[in-house]
Design a binder for this molecule. Structure first.
Ligand SMILES: O=P(O)(O)OC[C@H]1O[C@H](OP(=O)(O)OP(=O)(O)O)[C@H](O)[C@@H]1O
Ligand code: HPA
Ligand SMILES: [Mg+2]
Length: 184
């Protein structure tokens, strides 16, 4: 039988409907908070591509969008601790109201680094919207302005999140069977 990604999922954490409801709620809050401020919404790729596409379509005030590509996990399930900017924002950000959109705050290393880099460029304000946060794993404190869900210390995939570059296209969020990454 053909390989089906869904066979690798041990448990579904958030269904498509739960995700859609949360995204609509976050979009409504952001719409209110950023009315008439023309925010620059910056997605941190690749993990946030699905969330960004859904969230921005739930924001009903004019905004600009841009993308950064950052990577610290490579092929594993643990951060390498080193953050690399592979692609930067393409416009000046001084005086702008920035909203950073992330899929997950795990150790916090990626976002801590990014916020520092962006703050030094003279933005008027920088806020963070992350779909997921794993409080048990935070190594550095990063303030979250808009949060989807807190999750326990499990490696999750789907809705943009990968394991070794796979499973990003699952429409829901789930945890993998340990056998998939060499566990029992
Ligand atoms: O809080 P941290 O421990 O830093 O982890 C969170 C970051 O790690 C993942 O990205 P990754 O580096 O795997 O790149 P990707 O977005 O291309 O998957 C995820 O998308 C976040 O950006
Ligand atoms: O739980 C996770 N899943 C996928 N990518 C990640 N990057 C940090 N944590 C995670
Ligand atoms: Mg990743």
């Amino acid at each position: 039988m053909a390989f089906d990604m869904r066979d690798d999922i041990k448990e579904v954490y958030f269904t498509e409907q739960q995700l859609a409801e949360k995204v609509a709620e976050l979009g409504a809050r952001i719409t209110e908070d950023y009315r008439d401020r023309n925010p620059l919404i910056v997605s941190v790729l690749k993990g946030s591509y699905v969330f960004m596409a859904d969230l921005t379509r739930r924001i009903q005030t004019p905004c600009n969008i841009d993308f950064m590509v950052v990577s610290s996990y490579g092929k594993g399930t643990k951060t390498s601790g080193e953050v690399q900017i592979i692609k930067d924002i393409e416009q000046p950000i001084d005086g702008r109201d920035l909203l950073i959109v992330e899929d997950i705050l795990d150790s916090g290393v990626t976002l801590n680094y990014l916020m520092q880099v962006l703050m030094a460029r003279g933005a008027n304000s920088i806020r963070l919207c992350t779909l997921l946060s794993k409080p048990a794993r935070h190594k550095v404190h990063v303030p979250i302005d808009y949060l989807g869900f807190e999750i326990p210390d499990e490696f999750v995939v789907g809705y943009g999140l990968d394991y070794a570059e796979k499973y990003r296209n699952l429409p829901y969020i789930g945890i993998l069977k340990p056998s998939v990454y060499g566990g029992e």
